[in-house]
Ligand binder design. Structure first.
Ligand code: FES
Length: 137
């Protein structure tokens, strides 16, 4: 079950109004998800309509040790395409992100990154995250 973290700045984001796609790419699979704004949020983990919410809603296993409240860095993803359509990250998000290995200029925490639906996205799951997932099971 998700929740909110009372110790961090509240993230601002815009909800999507039209359908768009998110293609998740990991080391062993690629999954293209059709996002229907009417169905957002898909669950209760991460910000509503966040990349984590979309991934979990589609059955794509994305690590989220803190439950999607911006208190870890295990949901680190790299937004290869469509980052311009996502909300601005908060200072708290970028502080957490610094804990993640192999961050790039396009890195975000999936639980805090909410696309507004104006672009299709391609999101890479870093191989390191995938290894963590494997070790955890
Ligand atoms: S799941 Fe912990 S920061 Fe995103």
């Amino acid at each position: 079950m998700g929740g909110t973290n009372p110790y961090i700045e509240k993230a601002e984001y815009e909800r999507p109004t039209k359908p768009y796609t998110v293609t998740f790419v990991s080391t062993d699979k690629t999954v293209k998800v059709d996002v229907d704004p009417a169905k957002v949020p898909y669950g209760e983990t991460g910000l509503p309509g966040s990349l984590l919410d979309i991934a979990l809603g589609a059955g794509f296993d994305l690590e989220h040790a803190c439950g999607g409240v911006c208190a870890c860095s295990t949901c680190h993803v790299i937004v290869k395409e469509g980052l311009q359509s996502c909300n601005e990250g908060t200072d708290d998000e970028f502080d957490q992100l610094e804990e993640a290995p192999e961050i790039t200029l396009n890195s975000r925490l999936a639980c805090q990154c909410v696309p507004n639906g104006t672009m299709d996205l391609v999101v890479q799951i870093p191989a390191v995250n995938k290894n963590l997932v494997k070790e955890g099971h």
